[in-house]
Design a protein around this ligand. Structure first.
Ligand SMILES: NC(=O)c1ccc[n+]([C@@H]2O[C@H](COP(=O)([O-])OP(=O)(O)OC[C@H]3O[C@@H](n4cnc5c(N)ncnc54)[C@H](OP(=O)(O)O)[C@@H]3O)[C@@H](O)[C@H]2O)c1
Length: 346
């Protein structure tokens, strides 16, 4: 039986949201506004958002850079007005076919469906709709902020390290960008699987990366890993500041290279890397396609519950300061995750 929609939804009350109408400086183009409350379809869950986090797709869609990606995001402005895809919060109402969640459940998940289509849900707002298949129960000991910060970075890292690279005990793994959102999860997940982990970061983040369990830390301000004598079974590159061939040159025989960054080119972003891989199909290369399925969220929740993995949060901003939060992420200096807190703190 479908639980009755709360009076709030039925009356189509407005909600606060951060709205974007054009591309530009996040502190200029992301402004508080109001939207109608969404109403769940049959397979959706209406969530009262307690926290969300900032990820690379939010930066791309805010700035419209790399420019070539405007073909996907929207030519003159973003196709959808609300940024954000990670969410944690409390179930407010469920669609007719959703049998495994009920109002009051504390959950975490993602609205990401792989694109930026017109009318797509975002999470920089008070309520959002999440497909039930992309939602899991929030680990009880995690704050809403930690749970929201875990979604895209944690699931992508899990897919990369466990599924794509097949890391196991003794695998020598190098993680470039070890102190960022993806990196902090990747170091811990690789360690949890028994790998010998090398993290690459700058001087100020060496202690952080070591505290996450890295066996070796390379400070890129004093040493270039592509010129060293060490060889690695897996290189997970979240920065792409070295030519792919230079990274691949320090792979052990049979090793795997996982390019995983938009890179630094403002015009074409990752397109040359993708074209090269498409044309030449290098045997050593593997890509990671983010899939926030319930199964992946539950695997991540188990790692978080066991204490093997923790969520590193650089800074939490109130929803109203979403522009400053996205600007922080764009600095490429974030240590772990940038989180937005929605509504009153618990
Ligand atoms: N495959 C997918 O579906 C998927 C999903 C999500 C994200 N991604 C990609 O993953 C990439 C990383 O995302 P993220 O959230 O981890 O980014 P992030 O949090 O913005 O990364 C910031 C970190 O990068 C480090 N960094 C910057 N320059 C570096 C360098 N030259 N060498 C080593 N580290 C450096 C910084 O450390 P320092 O301050 O110490 O330099 C900082 O801690 C993005 O490009 C994104 O496109 C892919």
């Amino acid at each position: 039986m479908t639980p009755a929609l709360p009076a709030l939804v039925a009356a189509s009350v407005g909600m606060k949201a951060i709205l974007q109408t054009s591309y530009g400086d996040p502190e200029q183009v992301l402004a508080p506004g109001e939207l109608d409350m969404p109403v769940p379809g049959d397979d959706n869950v209406l969530i009262r958002v307690r926290a969300t986090s900032v990820n690379t797709p939010d930066c791309i869609a805010t700035l419209g850079v790399p420019y070539a990606l405007r073909l996907a995001v929207g030519l003159s402005g973003p196709a959808s007005a609300v940024r954000g895809s990670d969410v944690s919060g409390v179930v407010e109402a469920v669609g007719a076919r959703v049998l495994d969640f009920a109002p009051g459940d504390e959950v975490f998940g993602s609205v990401w469906t792989g694109g930026y289509t017109r009318g797509a849900q975002g999470t920089f707002c008070e309520y959002t709709l999440v497909p039930a298949s992309q939602l899991a129960r929030k680990p009880a000991h995690l704050s809403f902020e930690e749970a929201a910060g875990a979604v895209m970075s944690g699931v992508t890292a899990l897919q990369a390290i466990r599924d794509v690279a097949g890391v196991r005990a003794g695998t020598r793994v190098l993680i470039n960008g070890a102190s960022g959102g993806l990196g902090t999860f990747s170091v811990q997940i690789a360690k949890a699987l028994g790998a010998v982990v090398t993290g690459v970061c700058s001087t100020r983040n060496v202690d952080l990366v070591r505290s996450l369990g890295a066996d070796h830390v390379i400070d890129y301000t004093v040493e270039d890993y592509t010129k060293g004598d060490e060889r690695y079974d897996v290189i997970f590159d979240n920065v792409m500041n070295h030519p792919a061939a230079a990274s691949a040159a320090v792979l052990a025989p049979g090793g795997l290279f996982l390019p995983n960054s938009i890179g630094t080119n403002r015009w074409v972003g990752p397109i040359p890397t993708l074209l090269f891989a498409g044309l030449f199909k290098p045997k050593q290369w593997r890509f990671v396609e983010y899939r926030p399925t319930r199964q992946n969220l539950e695997s991540l929740a188990a790692l978080l519950e066991s204490g093997a993995v923790r969520v590193v949060i650089d800074r939490t901003y109130p929803l109203e300061q979403a522009g400053a939060a996205v600007a922080h992420m764009m600095s490429r200096r974030a240590r772990g995750q940038i989180v937005l807190q929605v509504g009153e703190p618990a």
